[in-house]
Each structure stands twice: as structure tokens, then as C-alpha cells.
Design a protein around this ligand. Structure first.
Ligand code: ATP
Length: 404
């Protein structure tokens, strides 16, 4: 559809970036990025009206997002035709604008385009040897100032290298080391660092990215307190395990990976020093408050859990220790507990107890003639405790207990 539209509008259109890279790698990728040599916004609007979808346009950047009815997104960017006027009698040259567009990208593997106009559909446009780099499993920048222009590309290089099991090329690695020795990281805004860190933590294997960062001294370059010590590596290894376990269960709520892993990255940092890190990473006041609160809750819960003994302590006690804590904190506790039975019981809590509800509701209580008010909460809490401890299995038993 998009290709036919491009023909009708008399322009060239290309699929670009990660979408094309992943086709060559045989990996699924649902994020389609298009570049149009022409008016990208006009193209997006016409495309949306053809296939059915909404358009969000950014006229400043000449880009638009088409959100299709099935929630799939198609990003459309404009490649401007750029004319370079030479002095004196030399002719004006028109540079291929898709080439300019691709040249601004981070790595060769992301700088591939695929023609989608019907006559040329599926032709690869590869100016920079991307196909060869994909074959040789190499991450390579397009020019030597790439990391000076944008040091976040260092983190992106590591992320793609680890995700695809590629190698950062020799010259590219020298450029990374050079950029690091120029301390370019310290000038980078917290927001941008944090954004790339979040992308890393959303990866399948965030730890191998973090180890690579440490190997290159990037952790300390972001903030001296973030050095990955052996102890932290051990904690992060456990965090990856519990995180994968949790993902496999498809439980709700979904966890926010960075909240879990930043806890591991800052393990052992004192409370007042933690804010140095959250400030460096430009947490919002709300994120900072919640993160510190999470840390405090974890500390408290670790103490309480030491007193919890399987067989002796009640399950409802475990429930009341864990229930106020966000799920990232609970996974952290699970990873940090040395005793096998604590880990097992926390996993039981997450898989079963956490989502448990009593079988009696407010209406039942009103039907019994109890007046709504704080007492409702107290009764329901009492029922919950009794249900968790296995004292009232059925709804009938719960109604009886509520009456008392
Ligand atoms: P992913 O599979 O992680 O989504 P992607 O390649 O689609 O990978 P995006 O972050 O969505 O990555 O970026 C889309 C495209 O924009 C990339 O393919 C890359 O070419 C380009 N890009 C993104 N960030 C940068 C950057 N910092 N510098 C240069 N180009 C970038």
C-alpha cells in the first residue's frame, strides 16, 4: 500500500533502520520506519486514510506517526532533497537524500534502506557496507566523529552488540575508548543516559550489557558510585534470574525493569548518597521519592523476614510484610534472600497470594445489616488473613466469620 501511494505521489519511499536490519537477521520486528523523499507528513496522512488509522504529525521535524487500527505504528520521516551549491561555475549537485538520511544514523547495521515503490520493491539500498557488517556480525559507526557527536551511541553499540551477539569493530572500539578518555560521558545529560540505560534494562540479557559497560569503565564514567563491584554483579545475576522467572509466569502487574536493576546497581550505597545517583540520572522528584521509598521498604522487609520462620510463622504475616511493597521490591527481596524457604514462600506469594481476594464483598456486609464505614475494611482484612491462613476456605465460612 505505502509503495503504491509513493508511486502515485511521484516520490521514493523506503523502509529503514531496525526493521530492515531485523529482516536480514531473520528476527521479528513490528516497528516499521519509513523515509519518504518528498513530503512525509502529506504521505502519512494519505497513507492513514487509505489503510485506516490516525496520524500524529510533528511539523517541526517533518515526521509523523501513523497509528493503525490494530495499534501497529508506522513512523514516517521526510528526507529532504538537499542541493549543494558550489561556488563559481560548478553545477549544483543534488545529493541523494536517502543517503543523507542514512548517514546521520548510529551504525551501519541500522543504516540500511529497502525500496518499497512497486517497480523496485525489495531492493536493498546499502551505501555503507551494512550487509557485509551484518554477515560479519560487526557493529561499526559510519564516521569517526560519531561518538563525539552523540556519546549515547556508545551505550547503543553495547546494546546491539550483546543483543545480536555481534562484536564492536576494531576502529569503532578505538573511537569509543577515545570518546571515553575525553570524558564525553560526564557532559551527557542524565535524561539521555537514563533513557539508554532503560533500553538496556529492557533487553533480554541486561547483565551482559552492564558487564561490558563496566569493562570499558562506563559505569564510573556515568557516576563513580555506580562501579560494578563483585557483590553487585552477584546481586544483578540473581535479579536477572528472578526477573526471568517472573516474566515466564505472565503475572500482573508487569514489572518496570529499570526499577529492579537500579536497585541492584546501587546496592550498598547509603541513603543520602543514593540521591547523588538519582540526581545524576535526572530522576523526576516523584521517581526519586518512590525509589528512595522502595529502598526503605526493602530494608524494613528484610529485617522482618529474618523473623519469619516456615511452619512456625503465619502465611498472613508474610502477606502483610510483602503486600505494601511494589513488585520490583518483592523481586529484589526474593533475589536477596539467602534462605531457600524464604525465596520459595515469596515466590508463592507472587504467584498465588498476591492476587488472592476474599469471596465476600461490601454488598454482602450491607445485606447482613452492617453499616458501611471503616469497619468494612477491618472485616475484609480479617477475612483475608483467615483465608490466607486456610481457616476459611469457602464463601459460607467467610460469611459466618464476618457475622462474628
Ligand atoms: P530496536 O530494535 O531497539 O527498536 P531500532 O534500531 O529500531 O532498535 P530505535 O531506537 O527505535 O532503534 O531507533 C530507530 C533508528 O533511529 C535506528 O535504527 C537508528 O538508525 C536511528 N537512531 C536512533 N538513535 C540514534 C542515535 N542516537 N544516533 C543516530 N541514529 C540513531
Amino acid at each position: 500500500e505505502a509503495g503504491e501511494l509513493a508511486d502515485q505521489l511521484g516520490c521514493e519511499a523506503y523502509a529503514v533502520g531496525g526493521f530492515v536490519r531485523d529482516i536480514l537477521l531473520g528476527r521479528p520486528n513490528l516497528d516499521l520506519d519509513l523515509v519518504v523523499e518528498g513530503d512525509g507528513i502529506d504521505f502519512a496522512k494519505k497513507f492513514a486514510s487509505r489503510v485506516g488509522g490516525r496520524v500524529k504529525a510533528h511539523s517541526k521535524f517533518k515526521t509523523a506517526v501513523v497509528i493503525l487500527d490494530d495499534d501497529q505504528r508506522v513512523d514516517v520521516a521526510t528526507a529532504r532533497l538537499e542541493y549543494y551549491e558550489y561556488p563559481a561555475a560548478l553545477p549544483t549537485v543534488e545529493l541523494s537524500s536517502i543517503k543523507m538520511d542514512l548517514y546521520r544514523r548510529d551504525f551501519t547495521v541500522n543504516a540500511l534502506a529497502l525500496r518499497i515503490n512497486p517497480g523496485r520493491y525489495g531492493q536493498l539500498v546499502d551505501f555503507f557496507g551494512a550487509e557485509r557488517d551484518i554477515r560479519n556480525k560487526t557493529i561499526r559507526v559510519l564516521h569517526s566523529l560519531s561518538f563525539v557527536e552523540d556519546p549515547t551511541r556508545i551505550l547503543r553499540a553495547i546494546r546491539f552488540e550483546r543483543r545480536f551477539d555481534f562484536q564492536i569493530g576494531g576502529q569503532t572500539m578505538r573511537l569509543i575508548k577515545n570518546a571515553l578518555s575525553l570524558k564525553l560521558f560526564s557532559k551527557l545529560s542524565g535524561t539521555r543516559v537514563m533513557h539508554e540505560l532503560q533500553l538496556i534494562m529492557n533487553e533480554e540479557d541486561p547483565l551482559s550489557c552492564m558487564l561490558r559497560m563496566q569493562e570499558l569503565g562506563i559505569m564510573e564514567a556515568i557516576h563513580p558510585l555506580l562501579k560494578l563491584t563483585q557483590e553487585r554483579i552477584q546481586i544483578l545475576t540473581e535479579l536477572v534470574k528472578v526477573h526471568n522467572w517472573y516474566k515466564l509466569l505472565y503475572l500482573e502487574p508487569k514489572i518496570v525493569p529499570w526499577k529492579l536493576y537500579i536497585l541492584g546497581m546501587t546496592a550498598g550505597v547509603k541513603r543520602d548518597q543514593t540521591t547523588q545517583v538519582t540526581k545524576r540520572l535526572h530522576f523526576t522528584p516523584k521517581e526519586e521519592r518512590e525509589f528512595l521509598q522502595l529502598r526503605d521498604m526493602i530494608g524494613e522487609a528484610l529485617m522482618k523476614l529474618m523473623g519469619w520462620k516456615e511452619g512456625k510463622s503465619k502465611l498472613s504475616r508474610l502477606y502483610s510484610i510483602l503486600h505494601p511493597i511494589p513488585v520490583e521490591g518483592i523481586l529484589f527481596l526474593m533475589a536477596r534472600s539467602r534462605k531457600e524457604y524464604i525465596r520459595r514462600n515469596i515466590s508463592q506469594y507472587l504467584a498465588r497470594l498476591r492476587s488472592m481476594a476474599v469471596d465476600v464483598n461490601g454488598k454482602d456486609l450491607m445485606d447482613m445489616g452492617i453499616k458501611p464505614g471503616p469497619v468494612f475494611g477491618q472485616i475484609l482484612d480479617k477475612l483475608m488473613v483467615a483465608k490466607i491462613d486456610g481457616r476459611v476456605e469457602t464463601r459460607e465460612d467467610q460469611l459466618k466469620l464476618a457475622k462474628r
